[in-house]
Design a protein around this ligand. Sequence first.
Ligand code: TRP
Ligand code: ZN
Length: 878
Amino acid sequence: MRTDTSPPVRLSNYRPYPFVIEHVQLDFLLEANKTRVINKMTGKRSYGEHALMKLDGEDLKLVSIAINGLAVPEDQYEITEEGISIQMPVDEFILEIETEISPETNTQLSGLYMSGGRFCTQCEAEGFRRITYYPDRPDVLAPFDVRIEANKAAYPFLLSNGNPVRQGNIGTERHFAEWSDPHPKPSYLFALVAGDFDVYNDSFTTISGKETPLSIYVDKGDSQRAAYAMDALKRSMSWDEDVFGREYDLDVFNIVAVRDFNFGAMENKGLNIFNSAYVLADGQTATDTDFEAIESIVAHEYFHNWTGNRITCRDWFQLCLKEGLTVYRDQEFSADMRSRAVTRIKDVIRLRARQFAEDAGPLAHSVRPDEYARIDNLYTATVYEKGAELIRLLRTIIGDTAFFAGLNRYFDTYDGQAATIEDFLNSMQLSTSEDLREFARWYSQSGTPVVSATGTHDTIARTYTLSLKQKTEPTPGQTDKKPLPIALRTALFSNKGKRLTTKLNGNSDDEHLIILRDTQQDFVFTDVSSEPIHSLNRGFSSPIRLEDGLNDANRSALAAADNDPFAQWEGLQTLARNLLLDMVGEEDQTDRLNAFIDAIDEAFTAAIDDPAYAALILRMPTVGELILDQAEANPSSLHTARLKLKRAIARHMESSLVATIQHSETGAFDPSAEAAGRRALKATAIDLLSRLHDEHSDRISSSFHSATTMTEKLAALNALANIEGGSQSGEYFDAALTEFEEEWAEAPLVMDKWYSVQAMSVRQDLRARLQRLCARPDFDLKNPNRVRALAGAFAMNNPVAFHAPDGWGYEFLTDLILKVDDLNPALSARLVTSFESWRRFSADRQIHAEKQLRRLDDANLSKNAQDIITRALALSSN
Ligand code: TRP
Ligand code: ZN
C-alpha cells in the first residue's frame, strides 16, 4: 500500500488569500509544443505583514519573473512541485511572470491542451495553475484581459472570456485577438480556444432589449448539428429571465464543442466549452436521450452564469453552492420544457442509481464535506444530485414566496463575491419564519435517511395516527447520525382508492405536508372515517429511503387510484422491487407475479395517451437499484429474477407490444418531448419482446433495418444484444453491428454508441469481444468518451458481466485503469469508482474485487486514482 498520500485539505483550515489581484493581463503566444504565457498581475497586499506571496503552478517552465519592472533575483523566490513562493518587497505590485507549457503533450485534459488540432482549456477545479503561476483558488477574483497570438491559417478563430476588443494581422502568417472580461472572476472560469471551426450563429435579445450574438463552434461540416443546442440555449436564456429574473451580462455568448473532454461541459464566463457529445445532434445520429441531455446541459452551463459565475464559491468545500443550485435550476427548466412528472421520475431514477449507491458505500460523503484529498474526486452525485434535492426540499419547506425572496436576496447580497453555504442559508433564513438551523445539517451529514411508517386507525375517534421513525446508518468517518428535518408530502386514500380530505393541525386538505424532525414522531389526522392507506413522500419530496409499512394489496390499490403520476409510478416500482427481491428466494411467487402484472397492465392502459409516462410504467427496477436492498447481493440471481418478471410482462402484453412496434414514425424527425415519448414507448416494447428468447428476433432485426432515427436503431440493436437463449438473434446482432459500423465508422459520437451496446450485451463471448474492441485502432485511450463508452457502459450498465463470479469483469476493468491512469488521472479515478459497492456483493465476488483493488493499490497510480482506491479499501465504519 502507498503511504505517501498527502494530508487532506480541511474546511477548518480556510484562510483568505493575503493579497488582492486587481487586474490580470494574459498574453498567449500559441505553439503546440511550446506555448509562451505572459501573466501580468496588478495587485496589493490585503492584510497582515505577509512577505511571501505563494502562487500555485504545476508542470510549468519559468522563463522570467519581475516585480514593478525589476527582475526578481533567484534568491528571492523558490519553486516547488506545487508552485512558487516569492518575496514580495512592496505593498503594491505589478508582478509579471513568463512561463512555457506544452499543450501538445498534455493528455490530462486539464489546463491548456490540444483536441483535434485545436487549443482549448479546462481550468475547473485546478487547471489554471497548469497554464501559469497564480493564486488558483475560487475566492481570488479579478477582471481578465487576454491577448492571443497564433498562426492564422491553422488557428483562424481565437476566443476567450468576455467581450471581443480587437483583432488583427501580424505580418502575413500570424494574427492576434484581444478579449476583455469586465466581471471579476476566479481563475477556474478562465477559458481560451484557438482553431478552425464551422460556426452556427444566432442571437438573443435580452429582457432589457440588448441584442446578444450567440455562436456555437463545432467541427467542420457539423454546423447544422448545433441547431438544437442553439435552440436550447435561447430557451434557457429566456427561461432564466422569466423564472429567476436573471439576465445575460456580456456582449456575446460563445459555446465551443471539443471531442476530448473529461466531463459534460464547463461554464467558463461567456465561453462555455462542451464535450461535443452534448452539442451535436440530429435525428440520424443522436438518440432522444442525447437531445434531452443536450437541452439540460446547455441550460446547466448557461444557468451557471449567475449561480456559479456572478456568485462563485469561497472554496471547493462549497461546490454544492453552485452545482446543487444549478442542477436544481436545470431540472426545473427540463420540467417546464417537457413533462414535469416524467422529468421528476427520471431525476429520481438517476438519484437512486448514482447517489444512493454512493451514500451506501465507502465513498459516502456529505453534500458539503469538511475534508477532501483530491478536489477532482469531489464532483460527485452527492454534491450535484443530492445538492439539487436539498434546494428542492428547502423550497418545499419554506414555500415558493420565501424561496424566491430568499434567492433574490442571495443574488443582491453576494453578486460579484465568493460565497458559502452559510451565506446562502442566511439569505434564505431572512426570508422565512422557519428555523433553518436543523435544515443546515442536511449539508454536513452523509448517508441516506431511512424513514419507516406505521399507521393506526381509531374508528371511534375517527383518527389516523401515523407513526414515523427516521434512521441514518453510519458512514465512513461519521458514526453518529442526528435526525434531519424530512418533508413528506402525504395523502390518505380509502381502501377503495378514494383520496380522502382529512384534517391535520387544523388544516383540512387532501394532501398535507408533514415535517418529521425527530427520531420518532406521531402525526394525528382527524376526520378519518375508515381505515385509510397512506401515500408518503409524494413527488419524492425528500431524498430518503422509505419503508412504507404497506402490503402489496395496499400498494396496488394506491397505484390503481392515484391521480398523481409520480406517486403512481413510485407505488408500482415499490411493488416491483419487493416482488423481485422475493423472487430471488425459494418460495413460489406466481400469485404475486400475476397480481403485479395485472396492476402494470391496468396502469399502462390508463397511461397510453402519455407514451413517455407509459414507457416508465413498464420500466422495472435495475439490478443496480436492487442491490441496495439486498445483503450479499448476487447480480446474476437478481438479473434472472428481473428477466423472469419482464418475460411474464412481455407474454401477458405481447399483442399490444407488437402493435406498439408496428406503429412507426413517418415524416421529418421531430425532437419534441411528445415524439420522443412515442419512440421511448416503442423502445420499451422492443426491449420487453426481446425477453421472449428468439421469438421476436425477426421483428426486432427488421425494426433495426427500417429505423429512420438513431433512437429506434439503437433500441433494436440493444434488444438484439440482450436476447438470451436463442441463436438467430446472435447472427442478427453481428450483422447489424457490421452494417452500423460501415455506415458510421467516421462519426465518433455514433461509434461510441456502437462500443457501448457491445459492452452492455449479454452475449456469451463478451470477454473476448471486449478485448477485440480494446485492440481496435479507433479505441483511443486518450479520448474519455471512447473509454467511457466501453468501460463505463460495461462497469455501470452490465452488472452481470462486470460482477462475473470468476472475477474476469473486475480484472478487465483493472487492466484498463492501469493503462488510462498515466494519461488521464481524472478519468482513471472515475473508473475506479465502479468498485464503490464491492462490499455489498456475495463473498466470492468480494474476494475478486478486493484482489483487483489491491492490484491497483500496489501500482503507484495517480493521486486522484489513489484517493478512490484508498477509500474503497478502507475498513467500513459500519
Ligand atoms: N463545472 C462543470 C459543470 O458542472 C463541471 C466540471 C467540473 C468540469 N470539473 C470539470 C468539466 C473538469 C470538465 C472538466 O458543468
Ligand atoms: Zn455545473
